[in-house]
Design a protein around this ligand. Structure first.
Ligand SMILES: CC(C)NC(=O)[C@H](Cc1c[nH]c2ccccc12)NC(=O)[C@H](CCCC/N=C(/NCCC(=O)O)S[C@H]1O[C@H](COP(=O)(O)OP(=O)(O)OC[C@H]2O[C@@H](n3cnc4c(N)ncnc43)[C@H](O)[C@@H]2O)[C@@H](O)[C@H]1O)NC(=O)OCc1ccccc1
Length: 228
C-alpha cells in the first residue's frame, strides 16, 4: 500500500486508562455510581446543576494527578514526523494528548479545562471548580456550564471531522468501545471514502467487524508498536 498521506485517528477513554483515568463502561467505570442521564444530559443540568457541575469538577481536579502515557507520547511523535494531513479526533475531555505534545487535536465531546456560556456561547479556559450560576465574563448572564457535549447534543466540529474523514487514506481507532454515535460510525464513513481502517484496542469493540485490521492489547504497547 502506498505511504498513506492523510491520517485521521479517533481516540476514546481506553487511551487514557493506563494514565489512571477511569473508562466509561469498564469495571469501576465512570458511570458507575451515576446514571448517564443524571450527569451527562441537558435534562440533568436543568434538573440538578449542582450534581452535574460537581461531577465535572471532580474529573477536572483529577487531571492534576495524572500524566500522559506511552500511547499519547507515540501519537505526538508520529504527528511531528508526519508530512501529510494529520488529525486526532478525541472523544476524551481530558488534556493528555496536548500534554504529550500533540497539536492537531479536536475534542468532539468537549474539554474539562473549558467553560461555556449557555446564553452567548462564549468559551474560556477553566481551572478548578465551576459553581452553577457563575457569571459569563462576556455577557454577564449567570449561565456558565461545563464545556462538555451531553447526550442528545450535537458533537463539536462535525463538518471539520467529516471533511477530514472524506480525505483520509488511513483511519485508526484507539481505545474506544464503539458504543457512542456519531463517533462509532466514523469507521464506516472513512471506509466508504476508500480509507484503510485499523483498530487498536484492549479487546474487540462493538465495531471491530468494520475494520480492515485489528490489533488488540494495552494502548501503551500496541500504539508505540504501530507507530515505530
Ligand atoms: C449510548 C449510545 C447508544 N447513545 C448515543 O450514541 C447517543 C444517541 C445516538 C445518536 N445517534 C445514535 C445512533 C444509534 C444509537 C444511538 C444514537 N449519541 C448522542 O447523544 C450524541 C452525543 C454523544 C456524546 C456524549 N458525551 C460524551 N462524553 C462527554 C461527557 C463526558 O465525557 O463525561 S460520550 C462519552 O462516552 C463515550 C465512551 O466511550 P469510550 O470512550 O469508547 O469509552 P468506553 O469506556 O465505552 O470504552 C473504552 C474502550 O477502551 C478499551 N480499553 C480499556 N483499557 C484500555 C487500554 N489500557 N488500552 C487500550 N484500550 C483500552 C476497552 O476495551 C473499551 O473498548 C465517549 O464518546 C465519551 O466521550 N449526540 C447526538 O447524537 O446528537 C444528536 C443531535 C443531532 C442533531 C442536533 C442535535 C443533536
Amino acid at each position: 500500500m502506498a505511504q498513506p498521506r492523510s491520517l485521521v485517528i479517533l481516540t476514546g477513554a481506553g487511551i487514557s486508562a493506563e494514565s489512571g483515568l477511569a473508562t466509561f463502561r469498564g469495571p469501576g467505570g465512570l458511570w458507575e455510581g451515576h446514571r448517564v442521564e443524571d450527569v451527562c444530559t441537558p435534562g440533568a443540568l436543568a434538573r440538578d446543576p449542582a450534581l452535574v457541575h460537581r461531577f465535572y469538577d471532580l474529573r477536572r481536579a483529577a487531571l492534576a494527578g495524572v500524566a500522559p502515557n506511552d500511547a499519547h507520547a507515540a501519537l505526538a511523535r508520529l504527528e511531528r514526523a508526519w508530512a501529510g494531513d494529520f488529525l486526532i479526533v478525541t472523544q476524551n475531555v481530558d488534556d493528555l494528548h496536548e500534554r504529550a505534545g500533540s497539536r492537531r487535536v479536536l475534542h468532539m465531546h468537549g474539554e474539562l479545562l473549558s467553560a461555556l456560556c449557555a446564553a452567548c456561547g462564549h468559551r474560556l479556559t477553566w481551572q478548578g471548580s465551576l459553581a452553577p450560576g457563575t457569571a459569563c465574563p462576556s455577557c454577564g448572564s449567570p449561565r456558565l456550564r461545563p464545556d462538555i457535549v451531553f447526550f442528545g447534543e450535537m458533537p463539536y466540529a462535525m463538518e471539520r471531522i467529516e471533511a477530514a474523514l472524506s480525505r483520509a487514506d488511513l483511519f485508526v481507532s484507539i481505545g474506544t468501545s464503539g458504543a457512542v454515535y456519531p463517533a462509532a460510525g466514523f469507521v464506516r464513513m472513512a471506509g466508504a471514502f476508500g480509507a484503510a481502517t485499523l483498530e487498536l484496542n484492549l479487546e474487540p469493540s462493538a465495531g471491530s467487524d468494520w475494520f480492515d485490521a485489528c490489533r488488540h492489547g494495552p494502548a501503551s504497547v500496541v500504539v508505540p508498536d504501530w507507530v515505530n
